[in-house]
Design a protein around this ligand. Structure first.
Ligand code: RB5
Length: 157
């Protein structure tokens, strides 16, 4: 699989080891920065990876910041991207099965490298379940529908 990876300064320590791990698993990895652990703004690197995924230049995106939270929030703003912060293997499985997530936000400060490797294994090998989840994911991806109002007004409220 072709994977785009990036971090901020707080996730930098895990970026190269995770990229190397993914290559050892047979993936093609594109490192979108940064080149050093100098202080930087995570939205800048989230945007690079998210746009690569949205364009189809990468099938999945891997982002690492201190918590995985801010960098996933920033990536999720790009149309076509479903980015989630993930700290456990179970959630990695569920974000694929139920939400068809295509970008993952990892914590470089609170989750050990070995755990993030397991999280990535699961994120990259678990298929979207489809079925009842398909329409829900379509509703998430409603950026092109300015009239979307979610639950109909008469839906049991
Ligand atoms: C950087 O200090 C930190 O705020 C960032 O890496 C991330 O955790 C934000 O969500």
């Amino acid at each position: 699989m072709r994977i785009a990876i990036a971090s901020d300064h707080a996730g930098f320590i895990q970026k190269a080891p995770l990229a190397e791990y993914l290559r050892s698993q047979g993936h093609e990895v594109v490192d979108m920065g940064p080149a050093t652990d100098d202080r930087c703004d995570y939205p800048d690197f989230a945007d690079k990876v998210a746009r690569a995924v949205a364009r189809g230049d990468a099938e999945r995106g891997v982002l690492i910041c201190g918590t995985g939270l801010g960098i996933a929030m920033a990536a999720d703003k790009v149309p076509g991207v479903r980015a989630v912060p993930i700290q456990t293997v179970d959630f990695a499985r569920l974000c694929r099965e139920h939400n068809d997530a295509n970008v993952i936000g990892l914590s470089g400060r609170f989750v050990p490298l070995e755990e993030n490797e397991k999280i990535l294994d699961t994120f990259l090998t678990t298929a979207f379940e489809g079925g009842r989840h398909t329409g829900r994911v379509e509703k998430i991806m409603r950026e092109d529908d300015p009239d979307f109002q979610g639950v109909p007004a008469d839906f049991g409220m």
